[in-house]
Structure formats: structure tokens, C-alpha cells
Design a protein around this ligand. Structure first.
Ligand code: ADP
Ligand code: MG
Length: 259
């Protein structure tokens, strides 16, 4: 059955976009049909898949604000099978405000997705670094939330707020919303800090943390500027291996996680 997963954390730079691109692509290599949706005005996921949004007729902006059908905004990234993209654009920066007076403003993504339901195995939504109306649209439309956490100082900061938001949405808008899992990112085995953060996060999110930990890997940082997932850019890198492991874990564990 299809699963819609929001990749969310209101902190910037924790690996949301990197995880959406590479988990999405690795899931597609594992035989799943994937749709990745970019709802961050920064559009890093869009460019990370090699898509130039300046030449596009429709993006997620037109879907959310103008009611254009999702189908019309779907793009196929070059040389990739089984994976489709809904791009974002900088226009979306205004959407947070434009959505405010709209009827059922938190349901607009869900309504657009209802029409293409069943066409994909997984739909991943790359959220912006805030808990505003765009992220709220993603949480309303999703079955679950996958939270990337960077193995850095202050890793746990803001997580209470994120968990509270997820619980509020679950209680009031989307009763089925689950925590899919927590993925630790940018792990550096040589620092005590990274190791400490892993322990703390595991304590905080008991049983919800993926066994796979994404290492800090230079190749992962380089791949987006070539518009390629890591598994195409450098299939032998540690980063490629880690995201393939994560994809397998996501498929195996389904909704009921983990260690
Ligand atoms: P977010 O979407 O949460 O803002 P990104 O996925 O864009 O975070 O990551 C922030 C920056 O860190 C980007 O430049 C990205 O290429 C880089 N990055 C992400 N994950 C890794 C990693 N595991 N190793 C090295 N660099 C990474
Ligand atoms: Mg991002």
C-alpha cells in the first residue's frame, strides 16, 4: 500500500533534502515507484535532482495556490527510472502568507494528492525549515513523519516543539499520523560529540531511531551541485551505502519500528 512520508525538522541544515533525494532514489532502486515533492521555497531538492525550475510551466506553487492538478506539475528527472518529482520554486516563499486566507488552507496538499493516490509506492515530501503552513500541509497529507537529526551540538534543541506539532496535527487534523522514524545524519565516528548525540537521541525517541546512521561524507555534500543522487554520483561512497541501507530498513520496518 502507498505510504506518504513527510521529511520534517524545523531546523535548517540537518539533512532533510539530502535524505529526501537519496532515500527516494534508493527506494526506487529497490523496486519501488517513488514521487518526491519539494515544498521548500529554496528548491534544493528540485535542483538536487537536476531539474531547472526556471523553465517549468507548473511547480508545487501552482498546485497549492492556484489549484492546478498535481499530475501537471510532475517531472521526470533525467536518466532515472521509477522516480518522479514535483518541483518547487522561489514563488513558494510567498505561499506561507497567500495560504492564510484560503479555505481549508491546511488541506490543500492533501486534496491535490488524493487525486493521484495509488500511483506510487512511496511519496516523500521535503519540508522547509519551519513549522508554518507549508509544513502543516505536509503533515496533514502524510501517513507518517521521518525526522532527520544532525549529530551536532544542540541536536535535541527544538525537537519538543516538533513532537508537539506532530501530536497536535494527529489530535486535530490527521488522526493517522505516525512517527515513521528518526534518522541520525552527518555522523562523525571520530568525535565523542557525535557518539553522545546518538545516545541522547536514542533515549529521547525510544525505539524510533533507525539502525542505519548516515555518516558525514564529502561526496554527499558534492552530489547536489551535479544534480545527482549519491548513488549515481558516487555509488561506492559511504553515503551511497548508507542511504541504500536506510531504504532497505524503511521498506522492512514499515510503520512499526525499530531497535
Ligand atoms: P536541510 O534540507 O535540512 O536544510 P540539507 O540536506 O540541505 O539539509 O543539508 C545541509 C547541507 O549539508 C547541504 O549542503 C548538504 O549537501 C550537506 N549534507 C547533508 N548531509 C550530509 C552528509 N551526510 N555529509 C556531508 N554533507 C552533508
Ligand atoms: Mg532542505
Amino acid at each position: 500500500m502507498e505510504k506518504i512520508i513527510a521529511i520534517a525538522n524545523q531546523k535548517g541544515g540537518v539533512g532533510k533534502t539530502t535524505t529526501t533525494i537519496n532515500l527516494g532514489y534508493s527506494l526506487s532502486l529497490n523496486g519501488k515507484k517513488i514521487l518526491c515533492i519539494d515544498i521548500d521555497p529554496q528548491s534544493n531538492m528540485t535542483s538536487g535532482f537536476g531539474i531547472n525550475n526556471e523553465t517549468l510551466k507548473y511547480t508545487i506553487y501552482n498546485v497549492l495556490i492556484e489549484g492546478v492538478e498535481m499530475e501537471k506539475a510532475i517531472e521526470k528527472p533525467k536518466d532515472m527510472e521509477n522516480i518522479y518529482i514535483v518541483p518547487s520554486s522561489i514563488q513558494l516563499a510567498g505561499a506561507e502568507i497567500e495560504l492564510v486566507p484560503m479555505p481549508s488552507r491546511e488541506f490543500r496538499l492533501k486534496k491535490a494528492l488524493d487525486k493521484i493516490k495509488g500511483d506510487y509506492d512511496y511519496i516523500l515530501i521535503d519540508c522547509p525549515p519551519s513549522l508554518g503552513l507549508l509544513t502543516l500541509n505536509a503533515l496533514t497529507a502524510s501517513n507518517s513523519v521521518l525526522v532527520p537529526i544532525q549529530c551536532e551540538y544542540y541536536a535535541l534543541e527544538g525537537l519538543t516543539q516538533l513532537v508537539n506539532t506532530i501530536n497536535l496535527v494527529k489530535k486535530n487534523i490527521n488522526h493517522n499520523l505516525d512517527l515513521e522514524g528518526v534518522v541520525l545524519t552527518m555522523f562523525n565516528a571520530r568525535t565523542n560529540l557525535s557518539i553522545q548525540v546518538v545516545d541522547e537521541v536514542k533515549k529521547y525517541f525510544k525505539g524510533k531511531v533507525y539502525r542505519t546512521i548516515i555518516p558525514r561524507n564529502i561526496r554527499l555534500g558534492e552530489a547536489p551541485s551535479f544534480g545527482k543522487p549519491i548513488t549515481i554520483y558516487d555509488p561506492r561512497s559511504k553515503g551511497a551505502e548508507a542511504y541504500d541501507d536506510l531504504a532497505k530498513e524503511v521498506i522492512e520496518k514499515g510503520g512499526e519500528i525499530i531497535e
